[in-house]
Design a protein around this ligand. Structure first.
Ligand code: SAM
Ligand code: SF4
Ligand code: SF4
Length: 340
């Protein structure tokens, strides 16, 4: 069955937010152990799903068709580390053909990108975000839990350019005392290239990272530090609900973005669903539990569409606005299971 894009009104949640974006994890494994996400002392190498526990490509295609019918236009593939999923370009090619999905993107740690950028591009991937927390080799290695090297990530970024991807987003999570001194070098490296570095406030996701407020470097603080070196001017957002606040370098050196979910929550415009590699729907990055989509998925696209519409219309998450309140969920899904 192929449900056409809905001509009807969008499906709204209890706070009036439409379902617009889907972040889909294709794998829960990762070759890094970033301390803010999957600290090595908490997540063993053999954790998680075997291949049989992951949705198959057939299941993923049906799932995305149902989400597209429910109003999703933007699809971002993530992980874990998505480039560890075997035959990923084959999946991308199938998803790129789904009517209604106008934007197909992927977030990666970049370590395996050099070898895969061209195949992903040819398969129809439109946009890439590469996570990069430091240029300094020692700081980079420490941020990846001793598993990664910065050289292959920079090679991956270059390969993406050569394969025809336009400017990339480069995501950097800033943690006080760990990589805050990398902020200006990262900007110095990417200014003038067209790539847009985005600084992300360190979030209290999951249960493993031992998050403390003092470790957060707020966007306001970073912006002041950056502006003292390169004056900035604010830019209009591209669309309502854009997650990053955008600034331009006044000297024409390009753009920088800030994702401020701790200091400036944006739940009021949150129109994003997340699905883990084993088919659980999470309606918030900080949800304490998911909704298993597999039974409805087994009945086909139309049944899943109905199920999704019901789940989304009951959604009332707004964790970042109520962080610290007694009613806020205490237990959160791990970030590496839903991919950001
Ligand atoms: N492995 C891929 C990567 O690192 O790009 C994709 C999955 S990763 C979970 C997606 C994004 O989540 C990355 O940009 C990462 O930096 C971000 N992230 C993970 N834990 C975070 C945290 N505690 N606070 C803020 N961002 C976080
Ligand atoms: Fe892996 Fe990405 Fe999490 Fe780092 S942020 S541990 S690269 S999933
Ligand atoms: Fe969306 Fe939840 Fe983040 Fe709020 S806390 S912006 S509802 S994911």
């Amino acid at each position: 069955m192929n449900l056409a894009r809905p001509a009807q009104a969008p499906i709204l949640d209890r706070l009036g937010r439409p379902l617009h974006d889907l972040r889909l994890s294709v794998i829960d494994a990762c070759n890094f152990r970033c301390g803010y996400c999957m600290p090595a002392d908490r997540i063993p190498d053999d954790h998680g799903l075997d291949a049989a526990g992951r949705l198959s490509f057939d299941q993923i295609e049906t799932l995305v068709r149902a989400f597209a019918a429910a109003g999703v236009h933007k699809l971002r593939l993530t992980g874990g580390e998505p480039l560890l999923r075997k035959r990923l370009p084959d999946l991308v090619a199938r998803l790129a053909r789904i009517p209604g999905i106008d934007d197909l993107a992927l977030t990666t740690n970049g370590s395996l990108l050099a070898a895969q950028a061209r195949a992903l591009r040819e398969a129809g991937l439109r946009r890439l975000t590469v996570s990069l927390d430091a240029l300094d080799p020692a700081v980079f290695s420490a941020m990846s839990g001793g598993r990664g090297e910065v050289g292959p990530v920079l090679e991956g970024i270059a390969a993406a350019g050569a394969a025809g991807f336009g400017p990339l987003k480069i995501n950097c999570v800033v943690q006080r005392g760990l990589n805050e001194e990398q902020v200006l070098p990262l900007l110095g490296h990417f200014r003038g290239t067209g790539h847009v570095v985005r600084f992300i406030e360190y979030m209290d996701v999951g249960t493993c990272n031992g998050w403390r407020q003092e470790q957060v470097v707020t966007s306001a603080e970073l912006r002041d530090r950056i502006a003292a070196r390169w004056p900035l001017r604010p830019l209009q957002s591209h669309y309502c609900g854009e997650v990053a606040e955008r600034y331009a370098f006044a000297d024409g050196g390009g753009e920088v973005g800030f994702v401020s979910s701790v200091s400036t929550p944006f739940c009021g415009h949150c129109h994003r669903a997340r699905v883990s590699a084993d088919g659980q729907l999470y309606t918030c990055l900080f949800a304490d539990q998911g909704h298993d989509l597999k039974p409805a998925l087994a009945q086909g696209e139309a049944a899943l569409f109905g199920h999704l519409a019901g789940l989304w219309s009951r959604r009332e998450d707004r964790y970042s606005e109520i962080r610290g309140n007694p009613s806020a969920p205490r237990k959160h899904i791990e970030m590496y299971l839903i991919g950001g």
